[in-house]
Ligand binder design. Structure first.
Ligand SMILES: Nc1ncnc2c1ncn2[C@@H]1O[C@H](COP(=O)(O)OP(=O)(O)OP(=O)(O)O)[C@@H](O)[C@H]1O
Length: 285
Protein backbone atom coordinates (compact mmCIF):
# COMPACT_ATOMS: atom_id res chain seq x y z
CA UNK A 1 0.00 0.00 0.00
CA UNK A 2 2.81 2.35 1.05
CA UNK A 3 4.90 1.39 -1.96
CA UNK A 4 1.91 2.05 -4.18
CA UNK A 5 1.57 5.52 -2.67
CA UNK A 6 5.20 6.23 -3.39
CA UNK A 7 4.86 5.16 -6.99
CA UNK A 8 1.82 7.24 -7.69
CA UNK A 9 2.44 10.34 -5.64
CA UNK A 10 6.07 11.24 -6.24
CA UNK A 11 6.70 13.23 -9.41
CA UNK A 12 8.57 11.33 -12.11
CA UNK A 13 10.95 14.23 -12.63
CA UNK A 14 12.61 13.82 -9.25
CA UNK A 15 16.30 13.03 -9.69
CA UNK A 16 17.63 9.52 -9.16
CA UNK A 17 21.27 8.81 -8.46
CA UNK A 18 23.53 6.06 -9.66
CA UNK A 19 24.69 3.75 -6.89
CA UNK A 20 28.21 4.53 -5.62
CA UNK A 21 29.20 0.91 -5.15
CA UNK A 22 27.76 -2.45 -6.11
CA UNK A 23 24.10 -2.37 -6.92
CA UNK A 24 22.18 -2.81 -3.64
CA UNK A 25 19.15 -5.06 -3.39
CA UNK A 26 15.98 -2.98 -4.02
CA UNK A 27 14.35 -2.44 -0.65
CA UNK A 28 11.75 0.06 0.45
CA UNK A 29 14.45 1.95 2.39
CA UNK A 30 16.70 2.04 -0.68
CA UNK A 31 13.86 3.31 -2.80
CA UNK A 32 13.14 6.03 -0.30
CA UNK A 33 16.79 7.08 -0.14
CA UNK A 34 17.08 7.18 -3.91
CA UNK A 35 13.92 9.17 -4.36
CA UNK A 36 14.43 11.72 -1.59
CA UNK A 37 15.56 15.23 -2.56
CA UNK A 38 19.27 15.62 -1.73
CA UNK A 39 20.30 18.36 0.64
CA UNK A 40 23.18 19.71 -1.52
CA UNK A 41 22.27 21.09 -4.94
CA UNK A 42 25.72 20.62 -6.49
CA UNK A 43 25.32 16.93 -7.32
CA UNK A 44 22.46 17.21 -9.80
CA UNK A 45 23.06 20.14 -12.07
CA UNK A 46 20.63 18.89 -14.77
CA UNK A 47 17.63 19.56 -12.56
CA UNK A 48 19.08 22.71 -11.01
CA UNK A 49 17.11 25.03 -13.29
CA UNK A 50 13.81 23.40 -12.27
CA UNK A 51 14.63 23.36 -8.59
CA UNK A 52 15.95 26.94 -8.54
CA UNK A 53 18.99 28.22 -6.70
CA UNK A 54 18.66 26.72 -3.22
CA UNK A 55 21.66 28.71 -1.99
CA UNK A 56 19.54 31.85 -1.94
CA UNK A 57 16.86 30.25 0.28
CA UNK A 58 17.34 31.04 3.97
CA UNK A 59 17.35 28.29 6.54
CA UNK A 60 13.87 26.84 7.15
CA UNK A 61 14.43 26.89 10.95
CA UNK A 62 15.55 30.51 11.15
CA UNK A 63 13.93 32.56 8.39
CA UNK A 64 10.56 34.18 8.99
CA UNK A 65 7.66 32.87 6.95
CA UNK A 66 7.23 35.72 4.48
CA UNK A 67 10.99 35.96 3.91
CA UNK A 68 11.04 32.24 3.20
CA UNK A 69 8.08 32.46 0.83
CA UNK A 70 9.67 35.35 -1.09
CA UNK A 71 12.95 33.47 -1.33
CA UNK A 72 11.15 30.36 -2.61
CA UNK A 73 9.36 32.45 -5.22
CA UNK A 74 12.48 34.15 -6.37
CA UNK A 75 14.35 30.86 -6.48
CA UNK A 76 11.61 29.30 -8.63
CA UNK A 77 11.34 32.42 -10.77
CA UNK A 78 7.57 32.81 -10.31
CA UNK A 79 5.24 34.10 -7.62
CA UNK A 80 2.69 31.85 -5.88
CA UNK A 81 -0.78 32.50 -7.24
CA UNK A 82 -3.72 33.04 -4.89
CA UNK A 83 -6.16 32.09 -7.64
CA UNK A 84 -8.38 29.14 -6.62
CA UNK A 85 -6.88 25.84 -7.80
CA UNK A 86 -10.37 24.47 -8.36
CA UNK A 87 -12.37 26.49 -10.89
CA UNK A 88 -15.75 27.83 -9.78
CA UNK A 89 -18.24 24.90 -10.08
CA UNK A 90 -20.95 25.17 -12.73
CA UNK A 91 -24.50 25.96 -11.64
CA UNK A 92 -26.37 22.69 -11.16
CA UNK A 93 -29.84 21.69 -12.23
CA UNK A 94 -31.25 19.39 -9.56
CA UNK A 95 -34.39 17.49 -10.47
CA UNK A 96 -36.38 16.21 -7.49
CA UNK A 97 -39.04 13.63 -8.15
CA UNK A 98 -40.93 10.99 -6.23
CA UNK A 99 -44.38 9.50 -5.71
CA UNK A 100 -47.23 11.71 -4.59
CA UNK A 101 -47.19 12.44 -0.86
CA UNK A 102 -43.61 11.21 -0.31
CA UNK A 103 -42.54 14.62 0.99
CA UNK A 104 -41.07 16.50 -2.01
CA UNK A 105 -42.58 19.83 -1.02
CA UNK A 106 -41.66 19.34 2.63
CA UNK A 107 -38.05 18.54 1.66
CA UNK A 108 -37.84 21.49 -0.73
CA UNK A 109 -39.21 23.82 1.95
CA UNK A 110 -36.42 22.73 4.33
CA UNK A 111 -33.78 23.12 1.64
CA UNK A 112 -35.14 26.59 0.97
CA UNK A 113 -34.60 27.46 4.64
CA UNK A 114 -31.18 25.89 5.00
CA UNK A 115 -29.39 26.55 1.75
CA UNK A 116 -28.63 29.75 -0.11
CA UNK A 117 -27.86 30.08 -3.80
CA UNK A 118 -30.61 27.64 -4.75
CA UNK A 119 -33.44 28.77 -6.96
CA UNK A 120 -36.61 26.71 -6.70
CA UNK A 121 -38.33 26.91 -10.03
CA UNK A 122 -41.95 27.84 -9.71
CA UNK A 123 -44.00 25.55 -11.90
CA UNK A 124 -46.92 26.82 -13.91
CA UNK A 125 -50.09 24.78 -13.38
CA UNK A 126 -53.74 24.80 -14.37
CA UNK A 127 -54.66 22.92 -11.14
CA UNK A 128 -56.87 24.86 -8.71
CA UNK A 129 -54.99 26.51 -5.83
CA UNK A 130 -55.18 24.71 -2.46
CA UNK A 131 -56.13 26.87 0.52
CA UNK A 132 -52.60 27.10 1.93
CA UNK A 133 -50.92 27.77 -1.43
CA UNK A 134 -49.77 31.19 -2.67
CA UNK A 135 -49.71 32.21 -6.36
CA UNK A 136 -46.17 33.00 -7.51
CA UNK A 137 -44.71 31.26 -4.49
CA UNK A 138 -45.94 27.66 -4.65
CA UNK A 139 -47.04 27.66 -8.30
CA UNK A 140 -48.08 30.04 -11.02
CA UNK A 141 -51.76 29.23 -11.22
CA UNK A 142 -52.77 29.91 -14.81
CA UNK A 143 -55.80 29.18 -16.96
CA UNK A 144 -55.72 26.41 -19.55
CA UNK A 145 -55.65 29.04 -22.34
CA UNK A 146 -52.68 30.85 -20.79
CA UNK A 147 -50.87 27.56 -20.34
CA UNK A 148 -51.41 26.47 -23.93
CA UNK A 149 -50.14 29.78 -25.27
CA UNK A 150 -46.94 29.29 -23.20
CA UNK A 151 -46.58 25.90 -24.90
CA UNK A 152 -47.03 27.50 -28.31
CA UNK A 153 -44.35 30.10 -27.59
CA UNK A 154 -41.95 27.29 -26.56
CA UNK A 155 -41.56 28.84 -23.12
CA UNK A 156 -41.65 25.55 -21.19
CA UNK A 157 -38.75 23.19 -20.67
CA UNK A 158 -41.24 20.38 -20.19
CA UNK A 159 -44.93 20.10 -19.51
CA UNK A 160 -47.46 17.36 -18.94
CA UNK A 161 -51.05 16.66 -18.18
CA UNK A 162 -51.14 15.35 -14.60
CA UNK A 163 -54.37 14.09 -13.05
CA UNK A 164 -56.30 16.19 -15.60
CA UNK A 165 -54.31 19.41 -15.06
CA UNK A 166 -51.35 20.85 -16.94
CA UNK A 167 -48.02 21.43 -15.19
CA UNK A 168 -44.94 22.93 -16.86
CA UNK A 169 -41.47 24.30 -16.16
CA UNK A 170 -40.83 27.84 -17.45
CA UNK A 171 -37.42 28.13 -19.21
CA UNK A 172 -36.88 31.83 -18.62
CA UNK A 173 -36.65 31.48 -14.83
CA UNK A 174 -33.94 28.82 -15.16
CA UNK A 175 -31.86 30.87 -17.60
CA UNK A 176 -32.11 33.98 -15.48
CA UNK A 177 -31.03 32.35 -12.23
CA UNK A 178 -28.31 30.16 -13.74
CA UNK A 179 -26.80 33.31 -15.24
CA UNK A 180 -26.64 34.72 -11.69
CA UNK A 181 -24.79 31.57 -10.53
CA UNK A 182 -27.71 29.93 -8.72
CA UNK A 183 -28.28 26.19 -8.64
CA UNK A 184 -31.71 25.30 -9.91
CA UNK A 185 -34.12 22.93 -8.16
CA UNK A 186 -36.94 21.47 -10.20
CA UNK A 187 -39.75 19.52 -8.61
CA UNK A 188 -41.40 17.33 -11.20
CA UNK A 189 -43.53 14.22 -11.40
CA UNK A 190 -42.31 11.04 -13.00
CA UNK A 191 -43.44 12.00 -16.51
CA UNK A 192 -41.64 15.33 -16.09
CA UNK A 193 -38.47 13.60 -14.95
CA UNK A 194 -38.57 11.30 -17.98
CA UNK A 195 -38.96 14.22 -20.36
CA UNK A 196 -36.23 16.20 -18.60
CA UNK A 197 -33.87 13.25 -18.80
CA UNK A 198 -34.38 13.24 -22.57
CA UNK A 199 -33.86 17.01 -22.82
CA UNK A 200 -31.02 17.42 -20.31
CA UNK A 201 -29.41 13.97 -20.33
CA UNK A 202 -26.54 13.78 -17.85
CA UNK A 203 -26.23 17.55 -17.60
CA UNK A 204 -28.66 17.60 -14.62
CA UNK A 205 -28.76 15.64 -11.34
CA UNK A 206 -31.83 13.48 -10.92
CA UNK A 207 -32.89 12.63 -7.35
CA UNK A 208 -35.72 10.22 -6.55
CA UNK A 209 -37.35 10.60 -3.14
CA UNK A 210 -39.03 7.55 -1.62
CA UNK A 211 -40.65 6.61 1.68
CA UNK A 212 -39.12 3.73 3.59
CA UNK A 213 -41.98 1.43 2.52
CA UNK A 214 -45.16 1.36 0.49
CA UNK A 215 -47.24 1.41 3.70
CA UNK A 216 -45.44 4.53 4.95
CA UNK A 217 -45.94 6.20 1.58
CA UNK A 218 -49.73 5.61 1.65
CA UNK A 219 -50.06 6.64 5.32
CA UNK A 220 -48.36 9.95 4.61
CA UNK A 221 -50.64 10.65 1.69
CA UNK A 222 -53.73 9.79 3.78
CA UNK A 223 -52.55 11.86 6.76
CA UNK A 224 -52.22 14.94 4.56
CA UNK A 225 -56.02 14.93 4.08
CA UNK A 226 -55.87 16.99 0.88
CA UNK A 227 -57.34 14.40 -1.52
CA UNK A 228 -60.78 12.97 -2.20
CA UNK A 229 -61.09 9.18 -1.93
CA UNK A 230 -61.09 8.89 -5.76
CA UNK A 231 -57.99 11.05 -6.06
CA UNK A 232 -56.31 9.05 -3.27
CA UNK A 233 -56.93 5.79 -5.13
CA UNK A 234 -55.46 7.19 -8.35
CA UNK A 235 -52.42 8.61 -6.53
CA UNK A 236 -51.76 5.37 -4.65
CA UNK A 237 -52.03 3.25 -7.82
CA UNK A 238 -49.74 5.68 -9.68
CA UNK A 239 -47.25 5.84 -6.81
CA UNK A 240 -46.93 2.03 -6.80
CA UNK A 241 -45.99 2.17 -10.49
CA UNK A 242 -43.70 5.18 -10.10
CA UNK A 243 -41.31 3.60 -7.61
CA UNK A 244 -40.34 1.14 -10.36
CA UNK A 245 -38.65 4.04 -12.21
CA UNK A 246 -36.00 4.59 -9.58
CA UNK A 247 -33.34 3.03 -11.84
CA UNK A 248 -33.51 6.01 -14.19
CA UNK A 249 -32.30 8.40 -11.47
CA UNK A 250 -28.80 9.30 -10.29
CA UNK A 251 -29.64 9.17 -6.56
CA UNK A 252 -32.38 7.64 -4.41
CA UNK A 253 -33.08 9.40 -1.10
CA UNK A 254 -35.23 7.76 1.59
CA UNK A 255 -37.52 10.13 3.45
CA UNK A 256 -38.38 7.93 6.42
CA UNK A 257 -41.26 8.66 8.78
CA UNK A 258 -40.25 11.47 11.17
CA UNK A 259 -36.77 11.68 9.57
CA UNK A 260 -37.25 14.49 7.07
CA UNK A 261 -34.11 16.18 8.41
CA UNK A 262 -31.98 13.18 7.38
CA UNK A 263 -33.35 13.30 3.85
CA UNK A 264 -32.59 17.02 3.65
CA UNK A 265 -29.01 16.42 4.84
CA UNK A 266 -28.51 13.69 2.27
CA UNK A 267 -29.72 15.93 -0.55
CA UNK A 268 -27.35 18.66 0.67
CA UNK A 269 -24.49 16.17 0.65
CA UNK A 270 -25.38 15.17 -2.91
CA UNK A 271 -25.22 18.82 -3.97
CA UNK A 272 -21.87 19.26 -2.20
CA UNK A 273 -20.46 16.12 -3.83
CA UNK A 274 -21.66 17.27 -7.25
CA UNK A 275 -19.87 20.59 -6.70
CA UNK A 276 -16.64 18.69 -6.00
CA UNK A 277 -16.78 16.64 -9.20
CA UNK A 278 -13.75 16.97 -11.43
CA UNK A 279 -15.87 16.63 -14.57
CA UNK A 280 -18.66 19.10 -13.90
CA UNK A 281 -22.11 18.71 -15.36
CA UNK A 282 -22.87 21.58 -17.68
CA UNK A 283 -26.51 22.28 -18.43
CA UNK A 284 -27.57 24.63 -21.21
CA UNK A 285 -31.22 25.67 -21.40
N1 LIG B 1 -40.28 12.35 6.79
C1 LIG B 1 -41.56 12.65 7.00
N2 LIG B 1 -42.21 12.13 8.06
C2 LIG B 1 -43.50 12.41 8.30
N3 LIG B 1 -44.27 13.19 7.51
C3 LIG B 1 -43.69 13.74 6.44
C4 LIG B 1 -42.31 13.49 6.11
N4 LIG B 1 -42.02 14.17 4.98
C5 LIG B 1 -43.14 14.80 4.63
N5 LIG B 1 -44.15 14.54 5.48
C6 LIG B 1 -45.55 14.99 5.41
O1 LIG B 1 -46.18 14.20 4.40
C7 LIG B 1 -47.18 14.96 3.72
C8 LIG B 1 -46.90 14.93 2.21
O2 LIG B 1 -45.73 15.69 1.97
P1 LIG B 1 -45.59 16.66 0.70
O3 LIG B 1 -46.84 17.46 0.50
O4 LIG B 1 -44.31 17.37 0.87
O5 LIG B 1 -45.51 15.55 -0.43
P2 LIG B 1 -45.30 15.73 -1.98
O6 LIG B 1 -44.35 14.65 -2.37
O7 LIG B 1 -44.89 17.12 -2.28
O8 LIG B 1 -46.76 15.41 -2.53
P3 LIG B 1 -47.48 15.78 -3.93
O9 LIG B 1 -46.63 15.20 -5.02
O10 LIG B 1 -48.80 15.10 -3.85
O11 LIG B 1 -47.61 17.26 -3.97
C9 LIG B 1 -47.12 16.36 4.29
O12 LIG B 1 -48.13 16.47 5.25
C10 LIG B 1 -45.74 16.43 4.93
O13 LIG B 1 -45.69 17.34 5.99
Amino acid sequence: MFRRWLCTSLPHSLPTFPPLTAKPKPTLLNSLTRLSIPSTPTRHSSSQSKMGDTNRIPSIDKADRSELLRALESSLGSSFSSEPIRPEPNPLIIVICGPSGVGKDALIQRLRDSRRNLHFVITATTRPKRLTEVHGQDYYFVSKEEFLSMVERDELLEYALVYGDYKGVPKQQIREFMAKGYDIVLRVDIQGAQTLRKVLGKSAVFIFLVAESEAAMVERLVDRRTETVESLLVRIATAKEEVKHVKNFDYCVVNAQGKLENAVKLVESIIDAEKARVRQRSAVI
